[in-house]
Design a protein around this ligand. Structure first.
Ligand code: UTP
Length: 288
């Protein structure tokens, strides 16, 4: 079955980016002039997704405004002949069929995904976290959709993470089935390095069969008192095969300050009007 629906959870509090996230969603932090969530929505669309559900919460209105029409702004840009900006603004509001579901309280990533159950209506679907940007010619979500098409199984994207970062991720134990693909034997949320079954961490991309919702409804609160998606995946693999895939691409974890800075620098270097000036500046910084 072709996967046409995706869920983008974006209702978290973004505490690592306080104080700015007090009044601004972290998913709206700009990578120079484009907010992070724009890249996430673009990846979903480039992967063949047609229907996107964004999970929002209190203080997240800026996300809805960003993807909405902006009649006054458009009129102003048209009147003042700023056609290039006008086209840019109109293209954003025409990007996709977006739906918003509110998570009344940030009770965890698993709880956020569960809010989309009614809209998903029994189909396989993708999940893209609203604060991970992944660059690759074949989008990461497309890579997962292709594996799902081949196997009929849920599949999560994983990456080898540095040992001191293991306790920030859902860490997997996998049985290799082919290059870059494992069958999930176990997954543990935020383990200590001593307890971690590997250093392969689940990053923010998944494709699920709809049975994940049954698991999400049955799991107790996990690490941090939150409903953890990881715990539901652990349950799911007891009743059907789940795969873990070492995706191709470069990931920026823009939910962390360092990942965010790396994204700004790399995206800046790709802009013709910024490349030389930024490069000169970086050389000066290195030689300080
Ligand atoms: P994170 O744990 O990275 O987001 O969740 P957070 O809780 O906002 O960030 P910190 O740790 O406090 O800085 C990963 C994704 O899941 C969403 C977040 O918005 C983010 O995109 N999320 C998390 C929800 O939608 N609801 C939740 O209850 C928790």
């Amino acid at each position: 079955m072709t996967i046409k629906k995706a869920v983008i959870p974006a209702a978290g509090l973004g505490t690592r980016f306080l104080p700015v996230t007090k009044s601004m969603p972290k998913e709206m932090l700009p990578i120079i002039d484009v907010p992070v969530i724009h890249y996430v929505v673009s990846e979903a669309l480039a992967s063949g997704i047609e229907d996107i559900i964004i999970i929002t919460g209190r203080g997240k209105r800026a996300i809805e405004d960003y993807f909405d029409d902006a009649p006054e702004l458009e009129m102003h840009l048209g009147r003042t002949g700023k056609d290039e900006y006008l086209r840019m603004v109109q293209e954003i509001s025409a990007m996709a069929d977006l739906h918003y579901i509110r998570q009344k309280e940030p009770l965890g990533l698993g709880h956020a995904v569960l809010q989309a159950e009614k809209h998903i209506s029994g189909e396989p679907f993708a999940v893209l976290l609203g604060d991970d940007i992944i660059k690759n010619d074949t989008p990461c979500t497309r890579q997962l959709i292709d594996i799902h098409a081949r196997t009929g199984c849920s599949v999560i994207a994983v990456e080898d993470v540095p040992p001191d970062m293991v306790s920030n991720y859902g860490i997997i134990d996998g049985l290799p089935v082919e290059p870059s693909l494992c069958r999930l034997a176990d997954i543990v949320e935020k383990p200590s390095i001593e307890d971690a079954p590997s250093t392969m961490g689940a990053i923010g991309r998944y494709v699920f069969n709809p049975e994940i919702f049954d698991c999400l409804k049955q799991i107790p609160k996990g690490v941090g008192g939150e409903l953890q998606l990881t715990d539901a995946i652990r349950d799911l693999k007891n009743s059907q095969d789940v795969y873990a895939y070492s995706f191709r691409g470069r990931r920026y974890d823009t939910g962390s300050a360092l990942g965010y800075l790396e994204a700004i620098i790399d995206f800046g270097l790709e802009k013709d009007d910024l490349h030389d000036g930024l490069m000169d500046y970086l050389k000066k910084v290195v030689s300080r």
